[in-house]
Design a protein around this ligand. Structure first.
Ligand SMILES: Cc1ncc(COP(=O)(O)O)c(C=O)c1O
Length: 413
């Protein structure tokens, strides 16, 4: 026995620590046990989410389904399509649900994400990021060889030429869209003449087929206040709309004009010519989006329900005003605003420490927690949180209904 444990034993004996409390009511299941119970694709036992080992990632099915249905009904009412971004969930099961609800395709940010989605039966893929290296261009064109509905973004004449050469070498004609910069200079070519000339070049290149353009205005998605957000994004999309019309006037293909996101999902249809919105976060929602305010609620964006949560366990409750949990940066990220404790008020959560989360009670805290109790957190920012887990538990009425692999988890290349 080590010196430390001997010392601890003596201490416990001398303090009469027989009264140490151990939780006995909850059985508890490890991830391996859960996988065994779900081996044939149906849960073999009723398991409450509160019995899951932690930290664990959960998606509430009622909320998820309602978010997908709401997006579908809004887009159809507004006469626009949705092409949800799979970078948010990285989960083929959810991508299939979105396509089944009527989405025209999905987007991916990385070629590895696109490959993972294709391997799980998804064909309609728009890759919104440009591939610039020989390796990635080859991978993209290899994917296009078998995936007929794969569309690649490009934003420069030199990149278009490289894509065309790679496509020709593989004996294919690859579909591309021109990525137009909305003004943030993150990606994309300048709207107007530069974008038009790129589209005309693509139209001439033997290995490429022009499908249209995309313009994603990321800088407007989290603008607080509906009117401000609306005015900003509509203004920033004017140059892309003009470019789209220049494409049309020049006889170029304009069947795809993709853009928009969750923050502007009910605004984007007012951008003339936009065909589909690349909404991502709406499926899960997160603390970052909850704070932007909606059309009907100035303070809170309540159009979609928070569906993605992290379960964490209290490790230490010995100190006044706080307790410590097992979900720190490696389970929650260090994105701000911090995760929110679901259903409680006057209690804050932070995950700046690698392995530990910190709960702090304010004067009006709705409750306090004891060691081994579980806490449910609404995630700070859904995309990077999903990327920390191999699977998510699909929950209905607090019971585990399924285990969904996050097949593109870690696929950042
Ligand atoms: C190109 C592109 N399209 C769409 C989205 C989805 O945005 P949101 O999660 O805000 O709906 C993103 C997110 O960053 C993006 O980069």
């Amino acid at each position: 026995m080590s010196k430390d444990s001997l010392t601890r034993r003596r201490f416990l004996q001398s303090t009469g620590a027989a009264a140490i409390w151990l939780p006995t009511t909850v059985k508890g299941y490890t991830a391996n046990e859960m996988h065994a119970l779900y081996a044939d694709g149906t849960m073999q036992e009723d398991v409450s989410k509160w019995e899951l080992d932690t930290p664990s990632l959960c998606v509430d099915l009622d909320a998820l389904e309602s978010n997908i249905a709401k997006m579908q009904s809004t887009t159809s009412q507004n006469g626009i399509a949705s092409r949800p971004h799979a970078k948010t969930h990285k989960c083929p099961t959810i991508a299939h649900m979105q396509l089944d609800s009527g989405s025209v395709g999905i987007c991916t940010a990385k070629i590895s994400e696109a490959e993972a989605m294709y391997q799980h039966g998804i064909n309609e893929i728009l890759m919104t990021t440009t591939n610039v290296t020989t390796t990635k261009i080859r991978r993209a064109m290899t994917l296009r060889q078998s995936c007929q509905e794969f569309i690649q973004a490009t934003d420069s004449p030199s990149n278009a030429r490289l894509l065309s050469e790679a496509a020709q070498a593989m004996g294919i004609v690859a579909d591309v869209v021109v990525d137009v910069d909305p003004g943030g200079h993150r990606t994309g070519i300048t709207a107007g003449t530069p974008a038009l000339e790129l589209a005309q070049l693509i139209d001439q290149l033997p290995g490429l087929r022009l499908r249209g353009l995309l313009c994603y205005d990321g800088g407007s998605q989290h603008v607080k206040g509906f009117e401000k957000r609306k005015n900003q994004t509509l203004e920033r999309l004017v140059a892309a709309t003009n470019t789209h019309e220049q494409f049309q006037a020049s006889g170029l293909t304009t069947e795809v004009f993709s853009g928009g996101g969750t923050g502007t999902y009910n605004i984007d249809h007012q951008t003339r010519g936009l065909t589909d919105i690349q909404v991502g976060s709406y499926v899960f929602m997160d603390a970052q989006y909850l704070g932007i305010g909606g059309e009907d609620n100035i303070e809170h964006f309540t159009d979609f329900e928070p569906a993605l949560t992290i379960l964490t366990t209290v490790l230490n409750d010995q100190y006044a005003g706080r307790c410590t949990t097992d979900a720190g940066a490696k389970a929650c990220t260090i994105n701000r605003p911090w995760a929110i404790i679901k259903g409680e008020s006057g209690i804050s959560y932070s995950s700046g420490s690698d392995e530990f989360g910190t709960v702090r009670y304010e004067e009006n805290a709705s409750r306090t927690y004891k060691v081994a109790e579980k806490i449910e957190l609404i995630v700070s920012h859904c995309d990077p949180v999903v990327n920390l887990y191999d699977h998510m538990y699909a929950i209905r009425n607090n019971q585990v209904e399924a285990i969904w692999p996050i097949a593109a988890r870690g696929m950042s290349a």
